[in-house]
Design a binder for this molecule. Structure first.
Ligand code: SAM
Ligand code: SF4
Length: 377
């Protein structure tokens, strides 16, 4: 499926999507990674070294410690809901409930969904989650994919789904689309139909952390441009085509996460954080022009010129930040007028995220090294 096909699929099936996914595809969900701690050890686990089994909290890409920071990040992204993930959020139930309640209290109509595993679900925890306002829960039956299909385990999963239904409005199953497991996934779908409102199948993705384990099992990337695994899409779509039950099965392709959901979330954040001189790209990244000076006099001279011409800019240390296209025009004009250029300059493309990660640097003026001839004695 390419981006256009996905967009069509989303449009056609939008009303059937799980509530949590509806906001997610529009980039309106805050991704709250509540802890990296997890009792499972899935061979396909995509978590990075910075997160896996580390008791850390991230609101989107931002490492945080307090609920206030989570609320701030939700505001910066104009989030309309939260997806609480990990690790396993239920292993840190008090923290999960504290953050969930704070977000629910702060924002009106804030949809909340949470990912966990059936082993961690208990009546006590569900009561706490219900009181804090959880709208949707998704269970990931890890053992099927790590140890093989087992009727007893599926029965255990069904009991946990029934328990969830007593407390939480929407209950679903979410799984990785492991290639060639269509028979097992179909049997699973038939077993949970009626107990789960939906089943989400994620296209299997590789990361630096799980690549070795995936390769060991014969899996390989489907192309050079994505981090999806070959065969996962075929398996997932086969399940959807062959399933005869009532439950809605949603396939979530890797490109949906990167090209649509992530892009929309970046655009939402960029609109709130962009400085007046920054340009928002179609991908939701920020473009800014940067001039770097060796001495303060030169910087002041250019700053005066910009002020006289009513051009927006900002000075940070020995740099002037300004609109990238105006910067290009200024350099052209300086060259045309043979005005001495006393700075180096480039256009910087950065994520609108809290770490402002730089994706690309386009040099405009590079500093020439000055060589002074040594006098012969
Ligand atoms: C990344 S996990 C996060 C929540 C929690 N750690 C869990 O596994 O349920 C969210 C969903 O992604 C799926 N998943 C796990 N590893 C994956 C991978 N390498 N590629 C695609 N989906 C994956 C699982 O089915 C899980 O329900
Ligand atoms: S349950 Fe999730 S976090 Fe835990 S090991 Fe499996 S994929 Fe990783």
């Amino acid at each position: 499926m390419n981006v256009e096909e996905i967009e069509k699929y989303i449009e056609k099936n939008y009303n059937k999507l799980p509530e949590g996914c509806k906001q997610c595809v529009k980039g309106e969900k805050l991704v709250l990674f509540i802890t990296g701690i997890c009792n499972n050890n899935c061979y396909y686990c995509p978590l990075s070294e910075k997160r896996k089994n580390k008791d850390v909290i991230y609101a989107n890409e931002r490492l945080i410690t307090t609920v206030e920071e989570a609320i701030d990040e939700a505001k910066l992204c104009s989030s309309k809901g939260v997806g609480i993930t990990g690790g396993d959020p239920l292993l840190k139930i008090n923290r999960t409930v504290k953050f969930l309640k704070a977000l629910k209290d702060e924002f009106k109509e804030f949809h909340a969904h949470l990912y966990t595993t059936p082993e961690s679900v208990s009546e006590d925890k569900l009561k706490l989650l219900k009181d804090a306002g959880l709208d949707e829960i998704r269970l990931h039956p890890t053992k099927i994919f790590n140890e093989g299909y087992n009727e007893e385990y599926v029965k255990f999963l069904c009991d946990k789904l029934s328990l969830c239904n007593k407390y939480i409005e929407d209950v679903g199953v979410e799984i990785p689309g492991i290639p060639n497991m269509e028979n097992e996934i179909l049997k699973l779908a038939e077993s949970v139909d009626g107990l789960a409102k939906f089943m989400n199948i994620n296209e299997l993705e590789f990361s630096e952390e799980n690549y070795y384990e995936l390769e060991k099992r014969g899996f390989y990337p489907k192309n050079d441009v994505s981090n999806a695994i070959a065969g996962s899409e075929e398996t997932s779509l086969k399940v959807i085509n062959e399933f005869k039950g009532n439950m809605f099965i949603h396939y979530c392709p890797s490109v949906l996460k990167d090209a649509i959901q992530m892009k929309n979330r970046l655009i939402n954040r960029a609109k709130n954080v962009a400085k007046p001189y920054e340009v928002i790209t179609d991908e939701g990244l920020l473009l800014r022009g940067i001039m770097i000076f060796d001495n303060e006099e030169d910087l002041k001279e250019i700053a005066n010129i910009l002020e006289e011409n009513e051009i927006e800019f900002e000075i940070i240390d020995n740099k002037i930040y300004l609109n990238p296209f105006i910067l290009e025009d200024i350099i052209d004009e300086m060259k045309r007028q043979r005005y001495p250029i006393t700075f180096s300059a480039y256009i910087s493309e950065v994520y609108p995220t809290s770490d402002a990660l730089e994706v690309e640097r386009i040099p405009l003026i590079t500093k020439k090294l000055r060589f002074r001839r040594r006098r012969r004695r």
